[in-house]
Design a protein around this ligand. Structure first.
Ligand SMILES: [Zn+2]
Ligand SMILES: [Zn+2]
Length: 579
């Protein structure tokens, strides 16, 4: 636990105490568990005689306000273990926490309004320092005691607290926007993807529209990789235990791997990584320094075990496609290669509409493999590349994996949230374990450097972030349906169908709403689907063989000839603009 508490943390945690006080007075038999401050708020876990409803939250808030108005001091006391056990004799969760404290640890309690909590603090001096108009209880969720599925399911009340009512309002507004943009909700509304608990949690089903976007992303990704001097690989999904023993994954990664299947009496594992396969391809030949650097990329689908409790839509899944690549190069080449990867990543983020990127450089941890001199070279090349690109960065001293230093890139989305996406990771482990070599210009055999890198991270997670970033209103080049033809009335249905066919033949992703609903209903539907362009056709358009464009943002272009319309959509697609 960090010892630094921001003022807001202290405010929020103190508000959690007041909430627990209120809950205990409303539910005298309640058992209280823990109540820390968290990002943007706080929670407290309770064992209650019945399930809470949203109405309860309002009653608890009301009670909290009266406690706040009581001007109670938060009083700190040091107590003996015996005293603590006595104080919390009716609170089994607190008792368990006391029992777990090391024998020599000082036991602290805080008291306000007669409510006593086992806690290390710090807290506000007095309850009146909580602004009664700047906190809110947000929701109730189930949470296992100590996160353990075998223990009691408690009720967790989430709340938030701020210094001023204005800050609270702004926060609640942002939360609403986050909910509106939730990729799981939009995934359903826009018919992009689904998951099926009954067929396996954390596994994504891509519907036609989602699959269309994925195809565009992958197509672009492949083209750019070829431009940037990469070659593409395809490798198997399963491999014998030997492969994972050699790579070391069965040693240090097994809990994330699925149980093996037996084929011809041998254990095969489904892959959690693509690297060992790429290494096998590397080793199919004696490699010379003349061939290096090799840049090999693969959209490789991997499977990793995640606890069911942490699975979350597209963001945390059990099967996903990494946009993986391995760069195998000489020590002399490494610096330039890192710069290239970084530039490439920034270009991709720019293109997908994320201009704000921040780097996190993680250096050598306490326990590591590889030679000191390699670590130094690798770390300095990562740093040099970040500085050459003038990227803001945070140094995570000692935060690297045991097998090499890395750069993580975080991108900022439209709501200002940071998402960790790209990784550029050195590996001093696998080249050694697989005995990778190349013949250098002096005729001697040497070990190449190997860098794993993923730009988007995984296609699934990237898609989740993309949906939320755009709130489902994808830029024209990514929109699964770019335009929809809408006749103003039934007599123009044939012409609408004809326009659709002509645009479709010209390579535009176009649909036509030929149902017998009224035009306004069709427009509303197209708006809900966030289709960039509605092409309205009526008598004058039919006579002149034109369309009138209405963009999803409300602009209008009247009487555009069909060629002009095709040109317009193609231009916007090429420019990769939002609309
Ligand atoms: Zn406390
Ligand atoms: Zn790899």
């Amino acid at each position: 636990m960090p010892d630094i508490h921001s003022e807001l943390d202290v405010l929020r945690h103190s508000t959690a105490h007041v909430m627990a006080d209120a809950v205990l007075s409303l539910f005298p038999g309640a058992k209280i568990a823990i109540g820390p401050s968290i990002e943007d708020g706080f929670y407290y876990d309770f064992d209650l005689p019945r399930n809470l409803t949203p109405d309860d939250l309002e009653i608890i808030e009301e009670k909290m306000r009266s406690i706040i108005a009581g001007n109670y001091d938060f009083e700190k006391k040091v107590v003996s273990r015996q005293e603590a056990k006595k104080l919390f004799k009716d609170q089994p969760y607190k008792e368990e926490l006391i029992d777990d404290l090391p024998a020599d640890e000082e036991i602290l309690i805080y008291i306000h309004n007669g409510f006593t909590d086992l806690c290390r603090g710090p807290h506000l001096a007095n309850t009146s320092m909580i602004n009664p108009k700047a906190f809110k209880l947000i929701s109730v969720a189930g949470a296992y005691w100590r996160g353990d599925e075998k223990r009691t399911m408690l009720q967790r009340i989430y709340g938030t607290a701020w210094n001023t009512p204005e800050e609270l309002r702004a926060y609640l507004e942002k939360r609403k926007e986050i909910e509106r943009r939730d990729h799981r909700r939009l995934g359903k509304e826009l018919d992009l993807f689904s998951t099926h608990e009954e067929a396996g949690a954390g596994l994504i089903y891509w519907h036609p529209k989602g699959a269309r976007i994925r195809h565009i992303i992958e197509d672009f990704w492949k083209t750019e990789h070829f431009k940037n001097g990469y070659e593409l690989l395809y490798t198997p999904h399963i491999g014998k235990a030997w492969l994972w023993e050699t790579s070391g994954h069965l040693g240090f990664y097994q809990e994330n791997m699925y149980a093996p299947m037996q084929i011809d009496n041998m254990d095969y594992y489904i892959k959690p990584m693509n690297c060992p396969f790429h290494i096998l391809i590397y080793k199919t030949d004696l490699r010379s320094y003349r061939e290096l650097p090799l840049r090999w990329a693969e959209l490789g689908t991997v499977y990793r075990y995640e606890r069911s409790g942490v699975l979350h839509g597209l963001l945390r899944v059990r099967g996903f496609t990494q946009d993986d690549a391995h760069i195998i190069c000489t020590p002399e080449q490494v610096e330039e290669e890192i710069v290239r990867v970084l530039k490439f990543s920034l270009y991709m983020w720019q293109t997908f509409g994320f201009p704000e990127v921040k780097a996190y450089l993680a250096t050598k941890p306490e326990h590591s493999v590889g030679m000191e001199e390699d670590w130094e070279k690798a770390t300095s090349s990562l740093k040099a590349a970040i500085e050459a690109e003038r990227l803001p960065y945070v140094l995570d001293e000692g935060g690297g994996a045991f097998y090499g230093p890395k750069i993580d890139l975080k991108v900022k989305d439209a709501l200002g949230r940071e998402w960790q996406m790209s990784t550029i990771q050195f590996d001093f482990n696998e080249p050694e374990r697989f005995d990778m070599r190349f013949t250098d210009s002096d005729g001697r055999e040497k070990r190449p450097y190997m860098i794993h890198r993923a730009l988007l991270g995984s296609i699934e997670r990237f898609f989740g972030v993309l949906i939320e970033h755009y709130g489902g209103a994808f830029p024209v080049w990514l929109a699964p349906v770019q335009a929809i033809v809408i006749p103003v009335a039934l007599p123009f249905t044939d012409y609408a169908g004809e326009v659709r066919d002509i645009l479709h033949a010209a390579g535009i992703r176009v649909d036509a709403d030929l149902s017998d609903e009224r035009m306004n209903a069709k427009i509303r539907k197209a708006q809900q689907q966030k289709i960039p362009y509605m092409l309205i056709v009526g008598e004058s358009e039919q006579d002149a063989r034109t369309v009138s464009i209405r963009t999803r943002t409300g602009e209008k272009i009247n009487d555009l000839a069909l060629d002009g319309c095709i040109e317009f959509v193609k231009q916007k697609t090429a420019e990769k603009t939002l609309i």
